[in-house]
Design a protein around this ligand. Structure first.
Ligand code: NAD
Length: 484
């Protein structure tokens, strides 16, 4: 990869037991730059045998890693964190080249990703058990916290760095070892993290990375008895498949799945603030985030004004390669994504919606999509029921607060939600009525390492980040001492 200051961060091999290896079949898969649709390079197309080897390597490393003191594990995570920040520009360039997002956003993701490593390095020192008063005088009871064991970590392409650190940092802090399967679209960010983990002194086998197409790797992770937990971020379809697959060996599961976030603008909102929030929430990463506002619900009294203010800002957005200065919207991840976005827009137009933004000139390249604001969106449109995962902002009109809340909750998903009001009573009423794992009041962003991140309903199970995030990788052992 051109322009990397440290070229050794770019690896075209998997990482198993401390060795950088090819697939035993010799097969590779191409990794493509979405801005140019040209191959950046290849990675090994690994399958069952390599995944088994990676799980065995993680199991061998487990005993030693678990026995390290919490302070030792914390120190190694701190070192990894420091290296991520020291190589921020290179990690961001790798990310943008394989994923497409603007470089500034990629830098933001590296900082965000690194923040979990720092946070869980701190939490490693606070894995406290507790004591329980015994009901009989001859007994003492304590509760110990122990690592779950070997974890399978399966991550998506939209945040190729942060979705890994959000899982691996708490797993390692708890004393678990991991086998990571990054998205086949964005493996290089994961491999670069592997290089830095090695340099930080994290022992061989604690972090293993298998690359390639998902089915056989996923089957081995699901079926293998040594894997005691799967932590997955991705679509609800694959999440429920993993849940079924994990059932036979009764693995623990954390699932961060799809969303269909509403962003509600009430008549009494600060409209300029609401426009800022809609821009952040809807258009970050070209609209390819699980927490992005999929539906913007606007109360009738401010509908036209909000639509005009939002579309003026969207008209000014520049579309282009993520490496070009001033670009707000990079290329979409692949052609399937472009086709889905186009299908949603055509369906909405056929059912009565209108585009109110001017279409900017698009650069050469098939994977660019113009950012759009659509008015006249309604519940029967495809974009109301499914994640569009693109830079399309559909505006739905509602009359009363009850109607707005019902519209917002009318989805099987429950990840993020946002609303704008200046009225304190309404803020409490609506905040409590929204059926989502995360609610943003007068903000378009709810992701930070200090607060629990996760969804309800079909958006998943468990929480990442915050103090609770490490519990996902810990078991409780009740230790009863009798005959005292
Ligand atoms: P995806 O479900 O297609 O893929 C996610 C990961 O699962 C990839 O690594 C993929 O290779 C792997 N995978 C696919 N089939 C598999 C199988 N049979 N066995 C094992 N692994 C398999 O999702 P995606 O397209 O990469 O990401 C977009 C989705 O992720 C969206 O739905 C988005 O909302 C969701 N997402 C959720 C969160 C969250 O925190 N809730 C964060 C980011 C993305």
């Amino acid at each position: 990869m051109k322009n990397l200051k440290d070229k050794s961060l770019f690896r075209e091999a998997g990482l198993i037991g401390g060795k950088w290896v090819a697939a035993s079949s010799g097969k590779t898969v191409d990794v493509v730059d979405p801005a140019t649709q040209c191959a950046i390079g290849t990675v090994p197309d690994m399958a069952g045998p390599e995944t088994r080897a990676a799980i065995e390597a993680a199991a061998s490393a487990y005993a030693g890693w678990k026995k390290k003191t919490n302070a030792e594990r914390a120190g190694l995570l701190e070192a990894w964190h420091g290296l991520m920040l020291a190589h921020l520009d290179d990690l961001a360039l790798i990310l943008t080249t394989e994923q497409g997002k603007p470089l500034d956003e990629a830098r933001g993701e590296i900082r965000y990703g690194a923040s979990f490593v720092k946070w869980f390095a701190e939490e490693a020192r606070r894995i406290n058990g507790h004591t329980i008063p015994s009901p009989t005088p001859d007994r003492r009871i304590i509760v110990l916290k122990e690592p779950v064991g070997v974890c399978g970590i399966i991550t998506p392409w939209n945040f190729p760095n942060a979705m890994i650190t959000r899982k691996v940092a708490p797993a390692l802090a708890a004393g678990c070892t991991v086998v990571i399967k990054p998205s086949e679209f964005t493996p290089y960010s994961a491999l670069a993290l592997g290089v830095l983990a090695e340099r930080a002194g994290i022992p061989a086998g604690v972090i293993n990375i298998v690359t390639g197409m998902p089915a056989e790797i996923g089957n081995e992770i699901m079926a293998n008895e040594t894997v005691r937990k799967i932590s997955f971020t991705g679509s609800t379809r694959v999440g429920s498949l993993l849940m079924r697959g994990a059932a036979d060996t009764v693995k623990r599961l954390s699932l961060e799945l799809g969303g269909n976030a509403p962003l509600i603008v009430f008549d009494d909102a600060d409209l300029d603030l609401a426009v800022e929030g809609a821009l952040v929430s809807k258009f970050r990463n070209g609209g390819q985030t699980c927490v992005c506002a999929n539906r913007i619900l606007v109360q009738a009294g401010v509908y036209e004004t909000f639509a005009a203010k939002l579309s003026a800002r969207v008209n000014a957005m520049k579309v282009g390669p993520g490496t070009e200065p001033g670009v707000a919207i990079g290329p979409m991840i692949n052609m399937a994504a472009v086709e889905k976005i186009n299908r949603h827009v055509e369906d909405a137009l056929a059912k009565g919606a209108s585009i109110i933004t001017t279409r900017p000139a698009l650069p050469d390249g098939l994977q660019y999509v113009a950012p759009l604001v659509l008015t006249g969106a309604t519940k029967d449109m495809q974009l109301a029921g499914e994640e569009t995962f693109g830079p399309v902002a559909p505006l739905f009109r509602f009359e009363t607060e009850e109607e707005g809340i019902a519209l917002a909750n009318g989805t099987p998903y429950g990840l993020a939600s946002y609303f704008y009001t200046e009225n304190l009573k309404r803020a409490w009423r609506v905040g409590e009525a929204l059926e989502f794992g995360m609610v943003g009041l007068n903000t378009g962003s709810v992701s930070m390492e200090v607060a629990p991140f996760g969804g309800v309903k079909q958006s998943g199970l468990g929480r990442e980040g915050a103090q609770i995030g490490i519990e996902e990788y810990l078991e409780m052992k009740s230790f009863h001492m009798g005959g005292l």
